[in-house]
Write a protein that binds this ligand. Structure first.
Ligand SMILES: O=C[C@H](O)[C@H](O)[C@H](O)COP(=O)(O)O
Length: 227
């Protein structure tokens, strides 16, 4: 799988030119892209490229890889954003947020001229929610009420707990994550909007109608899916 992720990451570099502002996603697949982009800058194959990180993870990795970073309020436009995903459906809708970075990811990727998604073939599903729950970032005080409200959508939600930390995972924005398992998400765009309408929800991990290009690492090479 790691080799397939690297294949997709390498292919994404072909879309990057000098003088671009690049949204830098979060996760293991994008990490390969960030490191490869850093190398291109070090060797001066690319020049004047700036990254806008979507998390502490991508910011630290970008700095370590030699990519100068800027923030959203310092730029007029984002040329391209590159990120991974947890599920991709046949209409290029996504579930993201296994790494709890969904809010900043959506803020950046929504504003990018082109949003490129990097996945290995295991992430392709027939419908969203087939394999993974939908991560929902919530204001801590509201987590219990939101968990109960999600039952209206036939979803069962769990508060995400830390692994090397006692208690709940705290996002980069200081919030909690509820992982909501749906029976089936029939209409991703509608569900994305409905979830964000619940008071206390900061953002949810359904990314409907936002990806432009999916680069899928497969054993036969990189497959490109496009809107
Ligand atoms: O919050 C995490 C992000 O949405 C990741 O981009 C997503 O979970 C995919 O991560 P990975 O490339 O490690 O599978």
């Amino acid at each position: 799988m790691e080799e397939l992720k690297k294949l997709a990451a390498k292919e994404a570099l072909r879309y990057i030119d000098d003088d671009m502002i690049i949204g830098l996603g979060t996760g293991s697949t994008t990490a390969y892209f960030i490191q490869m982009l850093g190398k291109k800058l070090m060797t001066e194959e690319l020049e004047d490229v700036y990254g806008i990180p979507t998390s502490h993870q991508s910011r630290l990795l970008a700095l370590e890889s030699g990519i100068p970073v800027v923030t959203l309020d310092e730029v007029d436009a984002i040329d391209i954003a590159v990120d991974g995903a947890d599920e991709v459906d046949p209409h290029l809708n996504l579930i993201k947020g296994r790494g709890a970075a969904l809010t900043m990811e959506k803020i950046i990727e929504y504003r990018a001229g082109t949003f490129i998604v990097l996945v290995d073939e295991s992430k392709l599903v027939e419908y969203l929610g087939q394999r993974v729950p939908v991560p929902i970032e919530v204001i801590p005080a509201a987590w219990r009420a939101i968990k109960e409200e999600l039952e209206v959508f036939n979803a069962t939600a769990e508060l995400r707990m830390g692994v090397k930390k006692d208690g709940p995972v705290i996002t980069d924005n200081g919030n909690f994550i509820l992982d909501a398992k749906f029976i089936k998400i029939e209409d991703p765009l509608d569900m994305e909007i409905e979830l964000n309408n619940i008071p206390g929800v900061v953002e949810n991990g359904i990314f409907a109608d936002i990806a432009d290009i999916i680069l899928v690492g497969t054993k036969e090479g990189v497959k490109k899916l496009e809107r």
